[in-house]
Design a protein around this ligand. Structure first.
Ligand code: MEV
Length: 438
């Protein structure tokens, strides 16, 4: 069994690697080589990456790709995407190209509110707590003025604080439910700092509140934390075109295509097993932009999936309709994104990704990201209802299989040409490699 190590984080990078190699890799030098191959030769850049987090021993690369030809509100964008899945960027580019000649994507930010909560126990009369809250509410907000002053200069700040009674769910449980406007920042640090200030001010004021009994004065703060559930930080994106402008093949007329597409979305709305995969495809596009622009994809993921089940049943984030011979397809989801703070100025590739998008505001980035999600879903459904997903997927995956088998450049060239006209499956690719090598 691996021994317990104490003070690991204080070891130098090379001592951490030595420990790891000794206890997990039987002193295999290849493991050291793999780790060090990914070090950046620019020491300053490497140090920057080392300091993003703790116990860093190497860098984990993801491809940084771009999907061009996105027409969004009549402006053209090339969208940066950081993702490893083979067919995602190709699918986004294909959808962008399709819609650019059909009016492009239209978007709208519906709301930009974020939420944080102070969770506490209060044992006493609810009316007394309500009076206390009413009496101190403005002081409570003002108590965070040192934290909020810069945010206020940028047009954001604390929007409101509500006292919420949650005692029907848990005995003595109340909340300060706080809403914030964080403008171009994702705002997690700002919100959490405000909340911790509210919690300490609230508790300290209660101790000397005359109308409280001794027990009521003793407010017990459980925790103060932002919520990644942001149903009031919403954006929509949509596309639409006359049905006659949809794909029209010998197998599927435009109207059949539109009806099959709408049916596929209806299924994702009705059936959670399908909805999860349908939304996963949407998140392929969303996460890739969120990562490339240095945002928190875990926050976006949890917020999006919570929103997808807001009515008590997990459902599709997109919707498709046919009305008056027009096909419309749209997405609505919460996206808590930032274009200032965090990694945005620190990580050189994040900075470049934002430059590529014209240094957007957080609202603009919400719109672009929603478009990437909608485009991805369009491409996925398009494949699913026509050729099936594997044809395109395996075409893109071909290179991964060839690399697995250390194919030479000549072998790659030959096999890529071969699989242009033959369906690629894992076995077929392996078979062809072996045939070539005989
Ligand atoms: C694969 O990463 C995503 C899809 O499964 C999405 C979908 O089924 O809609 C293709």
């Amino acid at each position: 069994m691996t021994p317990i190590v104490s003070g690991f984080s204080k070891l130098s990078k090379s001592d951490k690697i030595k420990w790891l190699i000794k206890h997990h890799f039987q002193n295999d030098q290849n493991a050291i080589n793999t780790l060090t191959t990914y070090w950046n030769s620019d020491n300053k850049l490497q140090q920057l990456h080392d300091e993003f987090t703790e116990n860093t021993i190497s860098n984990y690369y993801l491809p940084f790709s771009v999907a061009p030809n996105f027409l969004i509100n009549n402006l053209r964008y090339t969208i940066p995407m950081a993702i490893e899945e083979s067919s995602v960027v190709a699918a986004a580019s294909k959808a962008a190209k399709f819609w650019q000649t059909r009016g492009g994507f239209k978007t709208q930010v519906i709301s930009t509110l974020k939420v944080g909560q102070v969770h506490f126990n209060y044992r006493g009369k609810k009316e007394n707590l309500e009076s206390f809250f009413k009496d101190i509410k403005s002081e409570l907000i003002a108590s965070a003025s040192q934290i909020t002053k810069n945010m206020e200069k940028r047009g954001g700040g604390i929007v409101d604080i509500e006292l919420r009674d949650k005692t029907t769910e848990i005995d003595h449980y109340y909340q300060l439910h706080c809403t914030f406007q964080t403008v171009d920042a994702m705002g997690a640090n700002f919100i959490n700092s405000c909340l911790e200030q509210f919690a300490s001010f609230f508790k300290s004021k209660a101790v000397s509140y005359q109308d409280f009994s001794k027990e009521e004065q003793n407010i017990d703060i459980i925790m103060s934390i932002l919520s990644n559930y942001v149903p009031d930080c919403l954006v929509t994106a949509s596309v639409s075109c006359p049905i006659k402008d949809l794909p029209n093949t010998s197998e599927l007329s435009s109207i059949e295509y539109a009806e099959k597409f709408v049916r596929a979305v209806q299924i994702a709305k009705a059936e959670p097993y399908r909805a999860v995969t349908h939304n996963k495809g949407i998140m392929n596009g969303i996460d890739a932009v969120v990562l490339a622009t240095g945002n928190d994809f875990r926050a976006v993921e949890s917020g999006a999936h919570a929103y997808a089940s807001k009515d008590g049943k997990y459902t599709s984030l997109t919707d498709a309709t046919i009305k008056n011979d027009v096909f419309s397809f749209s997405i609505k989801l919460p996206l808590a994104l930032g274009t200032v703070g965090g990694l945005t100025t620190l990580h050189p590739l994040v900075k470049l990704a934002l430059q590529l998008l014209g240094n957007p505001s957080a609202k603009k980035l919400m719109e672009i990201t929603a478009v990437a999600g909608l485009a991805q879903n369009f491409a996925a459904i398009n494949s699913l209802i026509t050729t099936g997903i594997q044809q395109g997927h395996m075409k893109m995956h071909l290179m991964n299989i060839l690399n697995q088998f250390n194919a030479t450049e000549d072998e790659k060239k030959e096999l890529i040409t071969y699989f242009k006209t033959n369906t690629a499956t894992h076995n077929k690719v392996v078979e062809q490699i072996e045939k070539l090598r005989k």
